[in-house]
Design a protein. Structure first.
Length: 73
């Protein structure tokens, strides 16, 4: 229950910060999850979680980058 409330409040906070133009999207989507991970007690696991996330997203990001470069240039 705690993690559900933490996750919903995290999405709400970074949506508010982006829409109110208090933070840029990249900064908000980077700093807010880190702060909420520390609040949730995952401070010691942040590094490994980030690396696992990058490994999952990297192939899609590479394909998207290639598509943008191919279609624009």
């Amino acid at each position: 229950m705690f993690l559900t409330i933490l996750g919903i409040s995290m999405v709400t906070v970074f949506t508010y910060l982006i829409m109110s133009k208090r933070l840029s999207p990249i900064v908000a989507l980077t700093l807010v999850p880190i702060v909420f991970a520390v609040v949730g007690g995952f401070g010691s696991k942040i590094g490994t979680m980030m690396m696992e996330g990058i490994k999952l997203v990297a192939p899609s990001a590479a394909l998207l980058l290639f598509a943008i470069l191919f279609l624009v240039l």
